[in-house]
Design a protein around this ligand. Structure first.
Ligand code: CMP
Length: 526
């Protein structure tokens, strides 16, 4: 869905170009000022699933006269990139007719991001010519002097590279939080959880405190609330305090840095992994509140900006992001870099605990690369005595794949989501058979791309209403085979070894065993 925001504009100020292109937007919203715009962006983003106005499945434009608002177009665009990184949104000074040519591109841009395959392709392999301040323009677009395949394009759509470069630029500028954002009372967007706690104060504590935690049935607002509740407690235990509104801003920014449109790798997964990490810390890091806080923070940020694909796909097509990280743990390095910047922007006190401690966050995020799995398995079985950094890495690794250790009805729904995401990767690979990944996205051949329907609505329905795994595999009969493969290849040995080393964690290997038995009973012959 795409939105045209008209800020402080009177009907008579609308030029012919605006009037001619209005119908390409799904809605037009007239607002008095930029403060109201910020409120609308946050409110829409955390509205209930399936969230039509997530700002990812369409392009949105903000038309305003900067001379009336003391905020230049450039400043507003920098604010969007900093606080709403995954959004396809940009600002335009409508008083200059030549700027309005951007409106002519809206239809084509919307087509790219309404099709989930061309959208993902764009995220991964394209970049903009618009270079953030502070990034070396000479090197941008080349690696070691060689030209890069990533397509420079003018589409106003999210890309991984832009996300990374904007984050680097923020690091250089170290700007304070602008008034427009600072003035917002973030608690006011959380009516879902506030209503529930008014009935039962302990509601979220009760659900967070068991291994039956089910992030799948929580709304975005509730997911943010779970993050808030847990981090607030851990920050008190570790004596690294943060004001409520600042913590909420951090969480809203993090949520807007994950792709809500991904099936598996989204903010829901981040909260699920954070909760699992915390539960494991209660067994394994009992007396270490600082490391528990840092590790739970690493967990909530460990997949930030994830495109819902994998390192192999980034490597195969020689994307610039892959080259940026020399083809080593590409996505994990990408998440680590984005998240470190986000933390130093929103919670610099965490950095001041000590560099060494803070580095745990980096190490922990890098440890989630499954290419390192057998190395970690080896350390788990043979490192004597086990180093603290190994223990930290094993905790986050276990939490990252803990969906196979949750009770079956929860585990099956995560399995369903990862299967859908894998299916999209397969569609992307077939797309690459007929189209170069870096192909000009405004070119005609994009028009012939099959358009898989946006399926978030039906997925949400299954997540909320179907708890019996039998019903899930009726429509996706190959899920059991995928789960058996994943458990046999990665999970079983790992969780058995973990449970042997730490007997308090036996419930993990027990659950994997029960789940595997179910999948075996429903295995399909190939
Ligand atoms: N239930 C599951 N079934 C299959 N693969 C999984 C499952 N859970 C996690 N994974 C894989 O394990 C990987 C862990 O790292 P990622 O989150 O990058 O991507 C994850 C998936 O590729």
């Amino acid at each position: 869905m795409s939105t045209l925001f008209l800020i402080g504009m009177h009907e008579i100020e609308k030029s012919q170009t605006i009037i001619r292109n209005e119908h390409y937007f799904d809605r037009i919203i007239e607002l008095h000022d930029l403060d109201s715009l910020m409120i609308d962006l946050y409110r829409d983003r955390v509205s209930s699933f399936p969230n039509a106005h997530n700002f990812e499945t369409g392009v949105s434009l903000v038309l305003y006269d900067p001379s009336k608002f003391q905020l230049s177009v450039r400043q507003l665009n920098v604010l969007f990139k900093r606080f709403f990184p995954s959004f396809n949104i940009s600002a335009i000074d409508h008083t200059q007719e030549e700027n309005l040519q951007r409106l002519e591109c809206i239809e084509r841009e919307n087509n790219i991001c309404r099709n989930r395959i061309t959208r993902i392709n764009h995220w991964m392999y394209h970049h903009h010519d618009d270079i953030p301040d502070g990034i070396n323009k000479k090197n941008y677009g080349t690696i070691n002097g060689n030209s890069i395949p990533t397509q420079a394009c003018e589409a106003n759509i999210y890309t991984l590279l832009l996300h990374l470069n904007d984050s680097k630029a923020q690091q250089l500028h170290k700007a304070s939080v602008p008034r427009l954002i600072r003035n917002i009372e973030f608690m006011s967007f959380l009516s879902d959880p506030l209503e529930k706690i008014s009935q039962d104060e302990l509601h979220y504590w009760n659900i967070l405190s068991t291994w039956d935690f089910c992030a799948l049935s929580l709304s975005t607002q509730e997911l943010i609330w779970c993050g808030f509740t847990l981090i607030k407690k851990l920050s008190k235990d570790a004596k690294v305090l943060i004001a409520d509104n600042k913590l909420l801003l951090l969480l809203f920014t993090l949520e807007s840095s994950y792709h809500q449109v991904n099936k598996f790798h989204n903010f829901r997964h981040a909260i699920d992994v954070m909760q699992a990490t915390w539960q494991l810390c209660t067994y394994l890091l009992e007396d270490n509140p600082v490391q528990t806080l840092l590790l739970c923070m690493a967990a909530i940020g460990h997949d930030v900006g994830h495109p819902g694909t994998n390192n192999q796909l980034l490597c195969n097509c020689e994307s610039e992001v892959a080259q940026n990280f020399k083809n080593v743990s590409i996505l994990e390095n990408f998440h680590r870099e984005l998240f470190q910047q986000l933390l130093s922007d929103h919670w610099p006190q965490l950095l001041s605990i000590s560099r060494k401690q803070f580095n745990f966050i980096s190490e922990a995020i890098l440890a989630t690369d499954m290419a390192l799995h057998s190395q970690y398995e080896d350390r788990l079985m043979h490192e004597q005595p086990m180093k603290q950094i190994t223990l930290i890495s094993l905790i986050i690794k276990a939490a990252d794949i803990s969906n196979v250790t949750r009770p079956l009805s929860i585990s099956a729904r995560w399995a369903y989501l990862i299967t859908l995401e894998f299916n999209d990767c397969a569609l992307l690979e077939s797309f690459h058979k007929a189209h170069r990944p870096e192909q000009d996205c405004f070119g005609d051949s994009y028009k012939n791309v099959d358009s898989p329907k946006e399926d978030l609505g039906s997925i949400q329905d299954i997540l909320m209403n179907v708890t019996n795994p039998d019903d899930i595999i009726k429509s996706h009969p190959y899920i059991p085979n995928g789960q058996i493969f994943f458990i046999n290849t990665f999970a079983e040995v790992f969780f058995n070894a973990l449970s042997q080393k730490f007997s308090k964690l036996e419930f993990l290997s027990d659950n994997v065993k029960i789940n595997k038995e179910y999948w075996m009973q429903h295995k399909k012959s190939q």
